[in-house]
Design a protein around this ligand. Structure first.
Ligand code: ADP
Ligand code: GLC
Length: 490
């Protein structure tokens, strides 16, 4: 089958570089879209970890001065990924997180680092890769978050006419920089306007993408609606509202090959809820949690999350007694905000045998936690999609989630009607509300006391579709519409 060409542009791509769910989606979408006849090549920055992981990379283009920086473009395959890697040592040859200094602050030149990525994306869209008959040139350009959102501006300036789609994974991050940076970033002064990328006197990369991309998408239908409201739009709700006809809410999937309890090499594999028992024993030991008696009679809950205000982990601290007093336990893996890290380490000291905390990033441990847990807690204040509740469903680890964004779209609350109909898969509660979370934890403990009922819910959860089978055709329909229809007048 001839693949129709798409260029994706992103700052992260699993398994090469990941700080959150963005990387998983950017890493999984190409394989899902290949089955729909769309061949995605993914442009990412050449961070040291990316360059180290490449084998057989070829130089396909030189950029002597990309926004003033010497750079070259490498092409390589990595598993199912067809990568284009922007090798620009002055911008990306830095250790640690893609965005932060070792002291945990944004790199001061992040605007330039990701503007250069966008500039390269626009040049690839215009000129393609290779020569003659074998030249590859995208029909559609798919941008992810603010780091890729300046592409439409550069494409216009360079005369590249393909349609762009911008996927908003999290509107909390705008990519703001001072307007004095216009020249350094080679951005047109004429578009520094209310209708362009000006935002309260600053340059907003995300706004440039929202205004300039032909189509917008976000990662769940509920978040698509929430984005138009001030509580969630983070100051861009008006700009989004002006483009609602172009906005699509398409739910994320997960890589069901990597997240498969029947074959997961990190765990004792299982196909039914009772098969979780060995993993649960191992997890308790690993986190130093009680294994018998009243202290272990409740559900073993897990959390795997970035420790940021978004995730509501401060609310969970307040609600914790509602779990521990009923013999429930909590194993937490995360890192981020220092204050939250310390508060959780203190909670572990205050609740020996009931609460265990690991600060850090550990993919293998995350797998062991989903296999061993009875429930995964996701008390987010907002959550564009969320992936950990999807892993929870797949592993029979019942999600207890705030009713917001993709969490609301993926978990069926165990109310009386859903229980009677046999379709419940978890528990939902009002977001940003510690008493509501306490109530949800109490309900979890009550459900868990009824072993047969709990196992039935776990079976429901494990049957819930969480892959890309529903969403890949929706992206494909969008790509097709964009590629085949001329731009409608705005
Ligand atoms: P977000 O992108 O907002 O962080 P998601 O739920 O979409 O939230 O994705 C988070 C991803 O990062 C999941 O794959 C989750 O398992 C992973 N993750 C987050 N923190 C850790 C950690 N400390 N160790 C291992 N994996 C983590
Ligand atoms: C963002 C969101 C998260 C979403 C992920 C992938 O990081 O916070 O909810 O699942 O992107 O789209």
């Amino acid at each position: 089958m001839r693949m129709r060409p798409v260029l994706a542009v992103a700052s992260e791509c699993a398994p090469l570089v990941k700080t959150g769910g963005l990387a998983d989606v950017v890493g999984a979408l190409p394989q899902a879209m290949a089955a729909q006849g769309w061949g995605i090549r993914t442009l990412i920055p050449g961070y040291p970890a990316v360059l180290a992981a490449l084998s057989g990379a070829r130089v396909v283009q030189e950029f002597p001065a990309l926004l003033g920086q010497p750079a070259r473009l490498l092409a390589a395959r990595h598993g199912a990924l067809d990568l284009l890697v922007l090798d620009a040592p002055a911008l990306y040859a830095r250790d640690g997180s893609p965005y932060l200094t070792p002291a945990g602050r944004d790199w001061p030149d992040n605007d330039l680092r990701f503007a250069a990525l966008c500039r390269a994306g626009a040049l690839i869209a215009r000129d393609g890769i290779g020569k003659g008959k074998s030249r590859w040139r995208p029909e559609v350009v798919h941008l992810h978050d603010w780091q890729a959102a300046l592409v439409p501006v550069y494409m216009r300036a360079l005369g590249a006419g393909q349609p762009c789609i911008l996927t908003i994974h999290n509107i909390a991050f705008h990519g703001l920089t001072a307007h004095t940076r216009l020249a350094a970033l080679d951005l047109p002064e004429a578009e520094f306007t209310l209708d362009g990328f000006e935002y309260y006197g600053h340059i907003s990369a995300l706004k440039a993408g929202i205004a300039g991309a032909r189509a917008l998408s976000t990662v769940s239908p509920t978040y698509a609606q929430e984005l138009t409201r001030p509580e969630f739009g983070m100051g861009l709700e008006g700009v989004i509202r002006a483009r609602t006809s172009a906005l699509h809410g398409i739910l994320n999937g997960i890589d069901t090959g990597v997240w498969n309890p029947a074959t997961d090499p990190a765990i004792t594999p299982y196909t039914t809820p009772p098969g979780k028992a060995a993993n649960k024993r191992a997890l308790r030991t690993e986190f130093g949690l009680a294994t018998r008696g009243a202290a272990a009679r409740g559900p073993l809950c897990i959390v795997v999350a970035r420790m940021s205000d978004q995730k509501g982990l401060d609310l969970l601290l307040d609600a914790l007694p509602a779990l521990t007093r009923r013999g429930g336990q909590l194993a937490m893996l995360g890192s981020g905000d220092r204050k939250l890290e310390n508060a959780w380490l203190q909670a572990a000291r205050d609740n020996p045998g009931a609460v265990g905390v690991r600060i850090g990033y550990d993919e293998g441990l995350a797998h062991r936690m989903f296999a061993g847990g009875d429930a995964v807690l996701v008390p987010s204040r907002f959550e564009p999609c969320g992936l950990t509740q999807l892993y929870g469903l797949r592993y029979g680890t019942l999600p207890v989630v705030a009713r917001t964004g993709g969490l609301a779209d993926t978990v069926i609350h165990a109310n009386a009607a859903a229980l009677a109909a046999g379709v419940a898969t978890g528990i939902t509660h009002r977001p940003d509300d510690a008493p509501a979370l306490e109530f949800a934890l109490a309900q979890l403990c009550a459900l868990h006391d009824d072993r047969r009922l709990y196992t039935r819910l776990q079976r429901n959860a494990m049957k819930h579709p969480v892959g890309w089978e529903a969403s890949a055709p929706r992206y494909a329909a969008l790509y097709t519409r964009l590629a085949d229809q001329p731009e409608p007048p705005r």
